[in-house]
Design a protein around this ligand. Structure first.
Ligand code: AMP
Ligand code: ZN
Length: 504
């Protein structure tokens, strides 16, 4: 589909509408054709990190998955406004308005200002995102930067009768809301079932209903982060920030909202209720949820204390790690499982991914030196469409990876003279590999001029030159020993008439 600006007489965007994208929608529990509200524009909102501590690998999995989703939408030609927030206020330890404020607690512990905590961990998050080669969002709004918008939204919800104020705190009235709208719709639960799973109110509770949640929370005099409001000094509840910021930047109803599936039952359920109550329209057409990264089957989380920091994974500096892994090997590891399935961390799985990633990157180099022939032995157009079909089927990255390895097989076979490829097919093969490896899966070559890479290259050249001399002197014992010992440490060497190549 071509979008044309008549006044400026030029083509604005071309969306590949021949690629029929289907998305699994948590709300309807089925795969649906993706139909943006206002094509070629797409609004995408993803719940960002709560910046009171380092992001762990599980958080990174969610953000890397949505980066792949964002990249594919852009690749198809959509003009995506990607909003990913920073939660820097209002997140209490318990998701249901209980416990200490996470930022204030950490600020006291580290003897820093709460906003120093926010800045420190926002910087750390950005560094991890850069290392994992994620694209920056179009807008990265913060909760503290949108207090006015949140207060306005709470005022509207109060005015519409879905909230009540008690002693400076404003609560959302879930039972009242549920009379008109199905509160548990996102997780397919009835109110009665949800009530069963919630503790009875005690005499100390202010709120009227067990499922009611705070939109605005009254500050104590010693509360470090507080703002004036019509209900006195306080701070926003955790859920209201995403409703206020998504509607501000993407409209009352927008296309895709994402986050980890641990957010479905409370945070996203409450977001839907707040937005619906305020704007009388469903806020989101497609809800997407990433599944959890687990360690020995247990969800990785900050509170469970089983988290690897990405930095520990890159250096190998953690008791559960055999060695360090390059960020792109870790990203490749993530791409080998569908975003909707759990991904269990293990050294073995990462080692296998490291090898697979190296093989892929070697082929990306080899493809540049392939020679074209008069005929092709492979169907490259089909390979390309297979990659699109996989992505069109709810962003099925592992199937794309399997197809890319068919590409790797073809590249290596042509290089070895076992298969042939025409010039047109070679160009298409290069484009397909580059589009999906770099643009869509977001991988890049790791041998990017670091001092270590340069040193390794130099050492390998020296070793291969010693081996060449040994062979010329008919000292085959030495040349075989070099080959075998390199293999033992994971380096393969391949001799051809003209040269000797090495790879991991
Ligand atoms: P938080 O900083 O805790 O607000 O989490 C940021 C994002 O990471 C949210 O979308 C969470 O759902 C997601 N997340 C948290 N733990 C995991 C995990 N173990 N695996 C995948 N995503 C996670
Ligand atoms: Zn959110």
């Amino acid at each position: 589909m071509i979008f044309y600006n008549a006044q400026k007489k030029r083509t604005l965007f071309i969306v590949m509408t021949e690629q029929k994208l289907v998305i699994y929608n948590t709300l309807t529990r089925q795969k649906e054709d993706f139909k943006p509200i206002n094509p070629p524009f797409v609004g995408l909102y993803v719940c960002g990190p709560t910046v009171y501590s380092d992001v762990h690998l599980g958080n990174a999995r969610t953000f890397v998955s949505f980066d792949m989703i964002y990249r594919y939408l852009v690749h198809l030609g959509y003009k995506v406004r990607y909003v990913r927030n920073i939660t820097d206020a209002g997140h209490l330890e318990g998701d249901r308005d209980e416990g200490d404020d996470k930022f204030a607690k950490k600020a006291k512990l580290e003897q820093l200002e709460p906003m120093e905590i926010v800045q420190k961990y926002t910087n750390g998050f950005h560094e991890v995102m850069r290392e994992m080669n994620t694209l920056p969002p179009s807008i990265e709004p913060t909760a503290t930067g949108h207090i006015c918008e949140q207060i306005e939204m709470v005022k509207k919800i109060l005015a519409k009768g879905y909230a009540y104020e008690i002693n400076g705190t404003v609560y959302f009235d879930v039972e009242k809301y549920n009379k008109e709208f199905p509160y548990g719709q996102l997780t397919n639960r009835k109110l009665e079932e949800l009530l069963e799973g919630t503790r009875e109110l005690s005499g100390q509770d202010e709120k009227k209903g067990r499922l009611d949640f705070a939109l605005w929370i009254k500050a104590k005099p010693e509360t470090l982060m507080q703002w004036p409001s019509p209900w006195g000094p306080g701070f926003p509840g955790w859920h209201i920030e995403c409703s206020a910021m998504s509607s501000k930047y993407l409209g009352d109803t927008f296309d895709i909202h994402g986050g980890g599936m641990d957010l479905q039952a409370t945070h996203h359920t409450n977001e839907i209720a707040q937005s619906q109550a305020c704007n009388h329209t469903a806020p989101v057409n497609y809800w997407m949820h990433t599944n959890m990264l687990t360690v020995n089957g247990v969800r990785m989380s900050k509170t469970a204390g089983n988290g690897f920091l990405p930095g520990e994974l890159f250096t190998g500096n953690h008791p559960l790690l055999d060695k360090g892994y390059a960020p792109m090997a870790v990203r490749f590891f993530m791409m080998q499982t569908h975003y909707g399935s759990t991904l269990d961390f293990s050294n073995e799985a990462l080692q296998a991914s490291e090898k697979g990633y190296a093989k892929l990157m070697n082929a990306m180099k080899t493809v540049d030196s392939l020679k074209a022939s008069a005929t092709s032995t492979s169907n490259i157009k089909e390979l390309q469409q297979n990659c699109y079909d996989a992505m069109n089927d709810d962003f099925n990255a592992p199937i794309v990876v399997a197809n890319l390895f068919e590409g790797v097989r073809i590249i290596n076979s042509v290089n070895d003279g076992k298969e042939t490829i025409t010039a047109d097919d070679l160009a298409l093969l290069k484009t397909t590999m580059q589009d999906f490896v770099y643009d869509v899966l977001g991988l890049k070559s790791e041998n990017s001029n670091t001092a270590n890479d340069k040193a390794l290259q130099g050492v390998m050249e020296m070793i291969l030159s010693i081996r060449k001399d040994a062979k010329q002197n008919k000292d085959f014992a030495t040349s075989d020993k070099i080959r075998k010992e390199l293999e033992a440490i994971g380096i393969q060497i391949k001799d051809s008439k003209e040269k000797t190549e090495w790879s991991f």
